[in-house]
Design a protein. Structure first.
Ligand code: ZN
Length: 110
């Protein structure tokens, strides 16, 4: 016996039963490949994971850019340019921040 998919398609108030053949059973009901709930959930979870990864890569880049600006400001604006006044420390901080930014950009493109 052939089953029809139990899912409904369309917007609220204008729905119709999916015409596809129900090939996968779930909780005693039959669904097509597209509407089978576990398959659908897996697809949504994968999409959400991809979105999270993309978002956090962008956040990391934004943070790294902020660190570069802060380090550059400390480098240029802090009055004391003597080595004892922390010049090397500030230079190191600036180079580190730039390196972090480049790494964050590379990680996004990987
Ligand atoms: Zn269906």
């Amino acid at each position: 016996m052939k089953h029809q998919c139990e899912a409904f398609t369309g917007q609220s108030g204008n729905t119709s039963r999916c015409r596809a053949t129900g090939a996968h059973e779930h909780d005693g009901k039959w669904y097509c490949r597209l509407h089978h709930p576990p398959t659908k959930d897996g697809r949504l979870a994968a999409r959400s994971r991809a979105y999270d990864a993309k978002w956090s890569a962008r956040e990391r880049i934004r943070e790294a850019e902020g660190a570069v600006v802060a380090a550059a400001e400390a480098w240029f604006l802090d009055g004391d340019k003597s080595v004892d006044g922390g010049l090397l420390y500030r230079a190191d901080r600036l180079f580190r921040a730039v390196r972090n930014l480049l790494e964050a950009r590379e990680a996004r493109n990987a």
